[in-house]
Design a protein around this ligand. Structure first.
Ligand code: SAH
Length: 277
């Protein structure tokens, strides 16, 4: 039976608050599972919805754990996933679960795959990037502009603190663009599928919290120079801030957005060695 039909039969009402925009095209759904690199193993899905992506994932994974916050979807999922024996649905708000408990449900290493609402994108992504112990990749269907920001290169308008924080520990690729009409109901924006492959040792960073602080401060005032941002953020005098830049072989008038990720790593190391906090 068609998903739209099942939703109607159960008098399902879309809840704006939960950012419900479902994908129904089987071909697209199985391509998202392929984009995510799922080939056996465990998948953690956030936001099962009507279970369309869950089902596509269950075909190529050994095991799928899927969270869904909307209790009204429970009986619909029982119908749409009746044949999927390797799926475990957890009814609840994933943000209210401790990372250790989420990861315990997955067992060992897992891939995170989700078509998530806009409001939750950054907190959810950063939570798994920062706290996830066993996550190997994160594939998200998100607003196109956010995907472009995550995958952007230095000296572009999209390049910012979140870009550097994520690219410091992961490789980021946009695998496909999804026009809004592909969703039911259609949202007001286009989406993209972004794949984030975690490589915690991509750079030699031993204090990730401090690294993210350096990045945040460097981008705090976008129109100001890096020297200015370092002066304000770390309470430094101009001479010290300029000396730090010189040690990194950076021009005194450069801006944070011009720095490649490896330059931020260098800046972080210089600050750390000077015991600047
Ligand atoms: N994966 C489905 C649904 C996408 S819509 C598909 O591709 O069609 C996003 C889903 O995430 C909705 O069903 C919404 O209820 C759910 N959701 C939103 N916030 C959530 C949260 N904090 N925890 C768990 N599920 C959430």
């Amino acid at each position: 039976m068609e998903i739209k039909h099942i939703l109607q039969q159960n008098n399902f009402r879309f809840n704006k608050q939960f950012g419900q925009n479902f994908l129904t095209d089987d071909n697209l759904l199985s391509n998202i599972a392929i984009d995510a690199g799922v080939d056996g193993g465990t998948v953690l899905e956030i936001g099962a919805g009507a279970g369309t992506l869950t089902k596509a994932l269950s075909k190529v994974a050994d095991k799928v754990v899927s969270f869904e916050v909307d209790r009204n979807l429970e009986k619909i999922l029982a119908v749409t996933l009746a044949d999927c024996r390797n799926v475990k649905i957890v009814m609840g708000d994933v943000m209210k679960y401790k990372m250790a408990d989420i990861e315990a449900l997955c067992g060992g290493s897992y891939r995170l795959v989700a078509n998530i609402p806009y409001y939750i994108t950054t907190p959810l992504l950063m939570r798994f990037v920062e706290e996830g112990q066993n996550v190997t990749s994160i594939t998200l269907t998100i607003q196109k502009e956010v995907a472009e920001r995550l995958a952007s290169k230095p000296a572009t308008k999209d390049y910012g603190a979140i870009t550097v924080s994520v690219q410091a520990v992961a490789d980021v690729t946009i695998t496909r663009i999804l026009p809004r009409e592909l969703f039911y109901p259609a949202p007001n924006v286009d989406s993209a599928v972004v794949r984030i492959d975690l490589k915690k040792d991509k750079f030699d960073i031993d204090d990730h919290n401090f690294f993210r602080k350096v990045v945040k401060i460097s981008f705090a005032m976008r129109r100001k120079t890096l020297v200015n941002n370092l002066m304000v953020g770390f309470k430094l005098d101009r001479a010290t801030a300029e000396e730090i830049l010189a040690e990194c072989n950076l021009q005194p008038n450069c801006r944070g957005e011009e720095l490649a990720v490896e330059k931020f790593v260098q800046l972080y190391n210089v600050l750390k060695n000077k015991n600047i906090k």
